[in-house]
Design a protein around this ligand. Sequence first.
Ligand code: GLN
Length: 251
Amino acid sequence: QAGTDSATVNSAGKGTLRVVQLYPRDMNIYGDWGNALVLQQRIRWHGYTPELLEYNVGDPFPDDVDIIVGGGGQDSGQLVIQDDLQARAGVLKDLAEDGAPMLVICGLYQLFGHFFKTRTGAVIPGIGILDVETHGTEERLIGNVKVATPEFGEVLGYENHSGQTTLGSGVRPLGSTPKGMGNNSSDGHEGARYRNIVASYLHGSLLPKNPAIADFLIRTAAERKYGSFVPGHPDDSYAELAREHAARRPR
Ligand code: GLN
């Protein structure tokens, strides 16, 4: 330790924001790592100092967590992490209830819910932070997705999952799907929102094409840690290019 207090705003910048990637070794497909990289870069552009940490099965859980980001994985990856995730349920719940911003994609979205019952009937228990449940099906929902959201405008991404998620009354959907399926093949909703958690099926990765969500996570992290968020001058030109390409793709 250099003796600096990470909660102190120093003259060189606006302070540090610590991003913890959950299980990148086992839960990280279809480019989900890109979400962590976008957070790192946009934190810099906003004038804060990013710290990017990885948390894998068996690691000590880091202190001073400001943003949690977790990706998708095969059912097999979910089986590998399930016990460790249960052991970390308490700390993750406390962070969630305390307003820590989190982004969880696909496989970790499912396990932040009550349970994921796989196609073969195995039940992988979730940690119940999100009031959702997921059932494996024979149908695979694959393709490009557009989500109309009240908070982040039009969200673009790519889905590939056979688990289908239904939302309970304790969460609200991220949005509705004019293109693609999202949570399941029947109700036209995608993702879930609870406190400062954004949960979504969208890979591809999500944040490079949807910087409004990245900035929501950064803003809420800064407000929780420092009491306010002072935005910088992010370069949105790459995001705009990525959105143009994504918007043109067929289903
Ligand atoms: N294994 C889960 C499913 O197929 C999650 C897949 C994923 O994370 N892409 O539903």
